[in-house]
Each structure stands twice: as C-alpha cells, then as structure tokens.
Design a protein around this ligand. Sequence first.
Ligand SMILES: *Cc1c(COP(=O)(O)O)cnc(C)c1O
Length: 350
Amino acid sequence: MQGCLTIDLGAVVANWRLLGARHAGAVAAVVKADAYGLGAAAVGRALRDAGCGTFFVAQLEEGMALREALGPGPAIAVLNGFARGKDGRAGLLPVLNSLGDVAAHAGRDAILHVDTGMARLGLEAREVVRLLDDPGLLAGVRLRWVMTHLACAETPAHALNAVQRERFAGLTQRVARGVPRSLANSSGMFLGVDFASDLARPGAALYGLNPTPARSNPMRPSVTLAAPILQVREVAAGDSVGYGAAWIARVPSRIATVAAGYADGYLRHLAGAGVVGSLLGRPVPLVGRISMDLITFDVTGVSAAHPGAMLTLLGGAAPSADALAAAAGTIGYEVLTALGRRYRRDYLPA
Ligand SMILES: *Cc1c(COP(=O)(O)O)cnc(C)c1O
C-alpha cells in the first residue's frame, strides 16, 4: 500500500491565468525540479494547452525531457545554461550567465542574465562593462530576452527590490536596448506594477504556494497527499511510541501507523511541532518521531481509523505545504520538491 499525491492541474492552470490577469506582460511557467515535484510533463502539457508559450527549467536534462513532453511549439529556457550544441535537436534556449557563455553561443537564440544583487548566476557588473566596451561580443547572439532575478521579492519592504529594479532598468537600457525584459518571479509579481516586465517567471505560485507570505494566499492549492493506515493499535497510559520513545501516551490511546516517512519527503522536523493530519475530516495529531517509511498519529476516538483508510497528510483538511514548512522550519518550496518518488501520482485534468 502506498501514498497518493493528487495534483489538480485545473488549479495550476487557474493560478497561471490569475497571474496573467494581474500582469501587463506575458507569463512564463517555471517547471524546474519536475515542476516543484508535481510532474513537469503533466504540468507543462496542461499549461501549454492553456496558452503558456515559455517554460523555464534549471538543467539541460530537464529541458530535453520537457521538449519530449511538449513537442516543438513552446520556448524552453535552461536557467543554468548548457554547453554549445548539447541540446541536440531539442531546440532549447540557453540562459547566458557569463561572458564565456555569450561567446560560446554566438549565432543562436539565447537569454542574457544580468546579475543585479543575487551574486549567484548572471553577468557581473564588470562583465556588463566589457559588453558595453565591446558591443561586438553580443553581436553574434540573438537575444530573445534579457533577465535578472530578485533576491528579496517575498519581503516587499526590502530595499533591495527597488535597487535591483533600477539596476536592471539601467543595465538593459545600455546593453540590451529593445530586447524584451524578464524580471519577476512569483512574489515579484505582487510587488506592484513597477515590477512588471515583458515576461514574468513564476514557479511557486502556480503550484499554490503563497507568494505574499505576510498576507492570505491568493493562489489555489494544487496538491493533496494521503497515505494509507497500515495498522491501528491500543497503547496504555505510560507506553511510548516510536524511535527514542519520544512520545508517551498520557491516557490509553489508539495509534494509527501510516505508510509515509522522511524518505518520502515527510520532513523529520515535523515531529513535535503540533502537526495534525486529517482522517475523514477529523483532525488527528502526529505523534512520535518520523521514521524513514512510517509515521504515527493519535486516532483516539476516531472510529473511521482502520487499516486501509487513507489519512490526509497535506492539503485538503490537512495543513498546506506552507503550513507544514513553517512547522518544520523551512519553506513550502522545500516541502513540495521533497515529495517522494514512492507516491502514486493522480492528476485531476485541467
Ligand atoms: C526558480 C526561479 C524562478 C521561479 O521562482 P518562484 O519563486 O518559484 O516563482 C524564477 N526565476 C529564476 C531565475 C529562478 O531560479
């Protein structure tokens, strides 16, 4: 018996449309890391059919697999770049992150990434100066877009947001005049109209994570995770449950053992953080440590608890990915991308 991830492609498409309605320019879809764990092929096809024409992945191999899934139409850009010719016939767009990349991809379509405050990838200021001194360096490349990436978009009050926007405006005006611009990620799209560009690059918000952490979530949730109960047992007051005897029953209790664990991305830090699951709409507290393949819930008084019943762990009446992340001291992005390979994936059609 295995757990089941239900992925609502209709919600993903609705989220993409909602973002499109609030953005003056076009909206791409970031589907790196297998669409944040939801499945890049299925998500990509649903968004392509809804009219999305540009996709971003992180790695060459992801891009080639996505081309296979989507066919020849949409643009597929590879954020980490790739060596010249490595994409074979997949027709991928390299993101040029350095002067070396610019030189290597002369003669083909590409995206230029200028760094404005992330110091991770993209041309540094001194490299941009080289491009200005020697415009011939860029002459061979057909720039489809010029992009930058915001470091603090989920913190609207952070001063770096406006600094990056201004640096980007200045640099693109000088090195890539007239080239369409790509600025905001999910949270960047909620910073106001000044952060609009020709192409926004949301990922997280498409999948229902909250792009405005200080406010209520404007996006539709797209994932639920349920896993089957393997056993239900009675424990006496004073009995311990699980590794380290970390949880001790204060009263006689019924404990349900569920088939999911940290090997499936149910983060070990969730133990002891007050997390609940949902069994037929009844909240059931997580108890004891998280094992590799198993977790335990206190189902005392819940008559529906029996082997084979599905207990909801994430989404629906259970906590959202963002809520689980907060309990585990991480971000929803990590909860989604950690979702394991052992779950069955069911897709609700768009
Ligand atoms: C991952 C990524 C995005 C998408 O970010 P979200 O916060 O998920 O919307 C956009 N641009 C770049 C360069 C990225 O690496």
